[in-house]
Design a protein around this ligand. Structure first.
Ligand code: TXA
Ligand code: MG
Length: 323
């Protein structure tokens, strides 16, 4: 059920978490499905509820640097101190060596842990009230677009999950996931913090570990969806001409998703604004209208937005690899 994020409800949710239950919660990025890292039954339930592969580790959310430090080693503490202090609380996840404090199920057996201190006051208050770091993947069924509103969580996980509502998420796209190796920042998942922002830290050029840059934008042949995927087919077009041709030849119900500047040019079609903040909401909206194809204008300006472009490639089934 959806609950307003009042003091009382955050307290009620923390009691559920202390008792080994799970709670969906708004964050500044997307909604998360949270459980105490110290309650193995909660971690098992998170994987079950999402249909998540067991070998995909969870992000641990903390409310203080001290809490983060306990999860990692001296090496990790240095990274957290240097990079966390610039971006936390906020949408940056740091992958660091894990300490014995972190249960095996959370890291899926890896010797590293992903840690994030969110800026969402709802999640911060929930962590503090629970008295434990909270493991929380996005609160969608695995493979579906991440939820950016409480209603999306209900769509995927049903009404029996306790949901702390925070309205529409500020970023609408997940946190950036990075790891520091040999003095360089490796980008494991582009997200709300850009590479450009990370490069200001003085670690040199960010090393890209995701495959987005190598992929070509071509129309989706309807490859099997893997990630962030709506039911509708997602077709990426490089130019307005190409997008219009596709829309005109398409006899099925389709919508156009274009950057705000092009809305006027596409007014003859069912058109919506393309932006990283609203992408997941638009993909889900298209499904609720039983749209058969989503024609996306993915020009240079869109490709320059690394997180948006990455999610579009995955939604179109172009890049099932990586995160
Ligand atoms: O914005 C976000 O990050 C949201 C909110 C709820 O905080 N969470 C989120 O979690 O997107 P999730 O589980 O959907 O994505 C976390 C990603 C996964 O792709 C996972 O593979 C990766 O982080 N990850 C987790 N632990 C890792 C580790 N130790 N090493 C490398 N990647 C890791
Ligand atoms: Mg996810």
């Amino acid at each position: 059920m959806i609950h307003a994020s009042t003091h009382e409800n955050i307290f009620e949710a923390s009691t559920i978490l202390q008792n080994g239950g799970i709670v969906a919660v708004a964050t500044e990025t997307v909604y998360g499905l949270a459980g105490s890292i110290y309650r193995p039954e909660a971690i098992t339930e998170i994987f079950r509820k999402k249909g998540r592969p067991q070998d995909n580790p969870l992000i641990v959310h903390v409310s203080s640097f001290e809490e983060a430090h306990r999860l990692t080693t001296e090496e990790g503490r240095a990274v957290i101190q240097e990079i966390g202090s610039s971006f936390w609380p906020g949408p940056l996840t740091l992958v660091v060596p894990c300490s014995a404090e972190v249960p095996f199920a959370v890291t899926a057996g890896l010797d590293t842990v992903a840690v994030r201190m969110p800026s969402s006051s709802i999640l911060l208050d929930l962590i503090r009230a629970t008295g434990s770091p909270l493991a929380a993947p996005s609160a969608n069924v695995s493979g579906r677009p991440s939820p950016t509103r409480a209603e999306h969580v209900v769509e995927d996980l049903g009404t029996d999950v306790y949901i702390l509502d925070g309205g529409a998420c500020e970023h609408g796209i997940e946190s950036t996931v990075i790891r520091v190796l040999d003095g360089r920042i490796h980008l494991l998942r582009p997200g709300a913090i850009t590479s450009h922002e990370l490069e200001k830290l003085g670690y040199g050029a960010v090393v890209r570990s995701d495959a987005s840059r190598e992929s070509n934008v071509v129309r989706s042949p309807g490859t099997k969806y893997r990630h962030y995927a709506p039911e509708a087919e997602v077709l990426l077009c490089r130019t307005t001409d190409e997008a219009r041709t596709v829309l005109e030849n398409d006899t099925s119900s389709s919508i156009a998703l274009v950057p705000e500047d092009y809305i006027g040019e596409f007014s003859a079609y069912a058109v919506r604004i393309l932006s990283s903040v609203t992408l997941f909401d638009e993909l889900r909206r298209a499904d609720s209208l039983q749209t058969q194809s989503i024609v996306v204008l993915c020009d240079e300006s869109v490709m320059a937005q690394e997180a948006l472009y990455n999610r579009l490639l995955k939604a179109a089934g172009k890049d099932g690899k990586g995160l």
